[in-house]
Design a protein around this ligand. Structure first.
Ligand code: ADP
Length: 553
């Protein structure tokens, strides 16, 4: 009996056609992906999977068409033989996508394909797994399931379960939107494949009933379509936008093309052909522009992803830097403190009288070690601030007492720089409203002494003054530190509170500055819920620094 195209169209069931179309679609899709990167392992494996699906669809059609021929037995065997490869090839493919060193693909070829190869030998004996009993008179032909069919069905079931287990593992490891996509995919995959298996393998294997094969086919077809559809969207191989645009354009062109064939005159034919050509030509631009837009969107997404990774790396590096700074600073500070201590003892005369040149040299050692200790303390503060390890011990602090004390402590260095110090404490303190705030005494002291120290450093001549006052509503304590020094521009005023920030050219006045003191001061005052800021009429016109703190009620 010869088979014509018409026979094929007539004899194949709707479900068979569905499977055929689905198989073709899947194969075409993966062929395109494979073509884009032939070397990629996952592309190869998905392509193999799609070829298996396609061949399976073709085998199904041939078998449906030629069921009542002499080849029926062989064709049904081929159909089941190829069908048995769907689950393992899909497993390898999914595995290669989700893992670099796929669990199954690297070690699992033998355990996973082994049973299949053994089973497939049985296909050479018709009827051992499946066979076909042709129609006799009124009795319709049917597939007969052999002794080993149950083993074959179990093999497919185990592999589907393995696929599911693997996917669930991936689902647990994933996060965000990918996790939701994964969950939906697992549900779809699980439901369709188990239903397909149930109706095409288990029910026939157990009861021999094959009336419901079509359910398996339909779900099988659905599974492949859904699987491919999800992959398209998830991996953005083809954007839905491009697909929609292309579909729309194809529709218009098809209609225009059809119009050409129903022309009444030559002029009509010319016009319609012209319009069709113009549409074809311009639509290619449209598709290109959509593709370009998507490409640039992809680029932006990729870039933002890269930035995210880089910023994470930078954070790690920053943390390492802070840790290093903290450790290095600790090790530097201890010997320096010893140097400063001994220098101070030598200057005090603990080791006998000093000649002038020796005294001057030791004074330099003392000053330098003091400066280094301050610098190291600043570095340590920075690393503590950045790692969030700065500890504060809040208690009542008398600011009046602190300012007076610091003023007298700093007097010698101010005098050394020929700068008279003037301290004014407004009457409120004396009139019974104490200048008490709640804060960390040590840290507030550090802030005030840094401001006084800066005034001395940045005032080549003139004088410096401090003032402690209350806001009119008596809720705030305001400390101000003024000098007649180098002053600053409005721009400098803003930036000096940033880390490592110094005024331009300031190193001519004072070389050793690090630009950290005010940053640390700002962080400390911030923790006290206070404010710190600077005022200046401009360069060369002196500056005033303010610290505002909450007065204790
Ligand atoms: P450093 O003094 O070590 O550079 P600071 O953070 O204490 O670090 O100060 C940052 C910058 O602010 C200084 O380098 C200087 O440019 C400016 N500055 C601070 N105090 C004064 C002041 N009293 N007069 C003028 N400029 C100042």
């Amino acid at each position: 009996m010869s088979v014509t195209i018409l026979d094929i169209i007539k004899n194949v069931s709707l479900a068979g056609w569905g499977m055929q179309v689905a198989g073709l679609f899947v194969a075409l899709f993966w062929a395109v992906i494979f073509w884009q990167d032939v070397e990629k392992r996952s592309n190869k494996l998905f392509f193999i999977f799609s070829v298996v699906v396609f061949v399976w669809g073709v085998a199904a059609v041939f078998w449906e068409v030629a069921a009542e021929t002499l080849f029926a037995n062989t064709l049904v065997g081929i159909f089941y033989f190829v069908g048995g490869l769907i689950a393992p090839t899909l497993l390898f493919a999914i595995d290669s996508y989700s893992d670099k060193d796929g669990v199954y693909s690297s070690r699992g070829f033998v355990p996973i394909l082994g049973p299949y190869i053994v089973l497939s030998l049985a296909f050479f004996v018709p009827g051992l797994i499946v066979g076909y009993e042709r129609a006799i008179d009124d009795i319709p032909g049917k597939i007969v399931f052999g002794k080993l069919f149950i083993a074959y069905a179990l093999y497919a079931l185990v592999l589907v379960v393995l696929n599911l287990v693997h996917l669930i593992k991936k689902y647990k490891e994933s996060a965000g939107i990918f996790k939701i996509q994964m969950r939906n995919f697992i549900l779809l995959f699980g439901a369709t494949s188990l239903i397909a298996l149930f109706w095409t393998l288990l029910i026939p294997a157990i009861s021999g009933n094959q009336d419901h094969f079509w359910i398996g086919y339909v779900f099988g077809a659905l599974l492949f379509l859904v699987f491919t559809g999800i992959t398209v969207i998830k991996y953005e191989f083809w954007s839905p936008k491009v697909i929609a645009t292309e579909l729309f354009i194809s529709l218009i062109i098809t209609v225009l093309f059809a119009e050409i064939f129903i022309t009444s005159s030559f002029l009509d034919l010319l016009i319609k052909t012209g319009i069709t050509l113009v549409v074809i030509f311009s639509s290619s631009f449209l598709v290109e522009s959509v593709k370009r837009e998507i490409k640039s969107k992809d680029k932006i997404i990729r870039l933002s992803h890269d930035i995210e990774i880089i910023s994470k790396r930078l954070k790690v590096l920053d943390k390492k830097k802070s840790d290093f700074l903290s450790i290095a600073s600790h090790h530097l500070r201890d010997p320096l403190t010893a140097i400063k201590g001994y220098a101070s003892m030598i200057l005090d005369g603990s080791f006998g009288d000093l000649s002038r040149p020796v005294r001057e040299a030791v004074e330099k050692i003392f000053d330098s070690s003091e400066r280094l200790i301050t610098m190291i303390s600043d570095f340590m503060d920075i690393s503590r601030i950045e790692s969030g390890d700065m500890n504060y011990n809040f208690a009542d602090v008398d600011m009046r007492e602190m300012v007076l004390e610091l003023a007298s402590e700093m007097k010698p260095s101010a005098a050394h720089a020929h700068l008279p110090i003037d301290v004014v404490v407004d009457d409120e303190g004396a009139a019974g409203v104490p200048f008490v705030t709640v804060g960390d005494a040590g840290k507030l002291r550090q802030v005030i002494s840094n401001l006084i120290d800066n005034s001395i450093k940045y005032t080549p001549h003139g004088n410096i003054s401090m003032r402690l006052s209350m806001s009119p509503d008596k809720k705030k304590i305001i400390f101000s530190q003024s000098d007649t020094g180098i002053g600053m521009s409005a721009l400098t005023k803003e930036k000096i509170f940033r880390k490592f920030s110094r005024a331009d050219g300031v190193s001519k006045v004072y070389t050793e500055g690090t630009g950290l003191g005010l940053y640390v001061a700002k962080e400390i005052i911030k923790k006290h819920e206070g404010r710190i800021w600077a005022e200046s009429k401009g360069e060369g016109q002196g500056s005033t620094f303010y610290v505002e703190l909450e007065a204790k009620r």
